[in-house]
Design a protein around this ligand. Sequence first.
Ligand SMILES: *[C@@H]1O[C@H](CO)[C@@H](O)[C@H](O)[C@H]1NC(C)=O
Ligand SMILES: *[C@@H]1O[C@H](CO)[C@@H](O)[C@H](O)[C@H]1NC(C)=O
Length: 252
Amino acid sequence: MRPVLILLTLLLPLGAGAEEIIGGHEVKPHSHPYMAFVKSVDIEGNRRYCGGFLVQDDFVLTAAHCRNSSLHRSMTVTLGAHNIKAKEETQQIIPVAKAIPHPDYNDTDLSNDIMLLKLENKAKKTKAVRPLKLPRPNARVRPGDVCSVAGWGKTSINTTEGSALLEEAELIIQEDQKCKRCFHHYTETTEICVGDSQKIKTPFKGDSGGPLVCDNKAYGVLSHVKYKKISLGVFTKVVHFLPWISKNMELL
Ligand SMILES: *[C@@H]1O[C@H](CO)[C@@H](O)[C@H](O)[C@H]1NC(C)=O
Ligand SMILES: *[C@@H]1O[C@H](CO)[C@@H](O)[C@H](O)[C@H]1NC(C)=O
């Protein structure tokens, strides 16, 4: 009798929570302590918002398109947030000392859409702020693998609308062919093709720049999304850029 009961208590919460994950749901506060909210201001005062994630106590990884190259003025990163519209004690708001977009980033086809942000001071590691591990150089994700993305819902870079609370959605790795048909410039060596777990057009809950998390590691950076029969998203493939990431983190 006893083992059966234990098994039931283990299984029930999993079954009950499963529906909420599909299509995006609010996360348990501070369960994603690596999540960063990136605010970028241009010289005209226009703001754009992105997601990102802490990879070292003084470095955040995000998408290169989160910075307006010609009119760029300043960036700040908020760590430790759950409700991004509230002033929470757990929040650490740190200015960006240096934005390092990938030198081959192309804003026409969004190739090499990855950027390191060197923070002006080190983030304090707390239960709400902690870096996310990067995958090993030989690590791969395969079609059918289940991963997730989190963000404050500002999928369009110019909108200020979105969720105040951090949300998460379950995503499934897709065949590269699917993204090749959908995105003209999709490149499988540098990008990962991802779809939502529902077969309907639900928007990705993540912000661009947010991490594709598989097996508790950052496999991708959300670059761009299209809504077809299912939502398809292109993530920059972190494994491909590991040498560039470590070189730049060592230099600064
Ligand atoms: C930079 O921002 C301005 C104002 O928001 C916008 O008109 C322009 O297209 C942006 N440029 C790039 C390269 O994103
Ligand atoms: C950027 O991408 C477009 C479309 O693929 C291409 O035509 C252009 O040459 C690229 N620019 C650079 C600087 O590589």
